[in-house]
Design a protein. Sequence first.
Length: 213
Amino acid sequence: MGREFIDLFNGWAASYDKTVAGDDIEYREVFKGYEAILQAVVAKTNGPNVLEFGVGTGNLTRKLINEGHQVFGIEPSMEMLKIGQLKVPEAKIQEGDFIDFTVPAESIHSIVSSYAFHHLTDEEKEEAIEKYSKLLAPGGVIVFADTVFESQKAKRHMIEKAIASYFHNLAEDLSTEHYSDIPTLTRICHNHGFEVMFEQLNPYVWLMVAKKK
């Protein structure tokens, strides 16, 4: 369920906002245009009730709240969760993950996430999307921004580029975490009754918008 990364995120919580701001040169391209990426998620989000996975330090959550949405947040890292609750006290943030979470009593109109879905294997991603298809009514949307590749060949190219740049942490990250390609995510969405489109937002990150038929 991606929980094998909890220790990493507990340790990263205090410096996460500096990383997304570009302080870490290895990940600068990954987080290029970070604020615009979050705003792109918000722009495609239907309301008023939004379920957000991987709240982290609450950066996307704050933008959603500012747009008038009611946000039900899910976060597996307790250290990230504490920061998110402090930064966005208006949101209802609980411990959980993409698959194991408390379903809100309210009807959900959008399910959103940023920089997090890659912590699930492709099999877990399919399990999650199947679950979301049962939560959303027709017209409901999934809006995820995450590192995705057009193909496995494109993924290998970016790993080789990271190695050539001596970005060894980035290369290991790209090699060991569960970054999917567009054909795989398209198949998963179609399997569970979603129309899906992708838009590239920086060299690594794509916006996935899946609409329930």
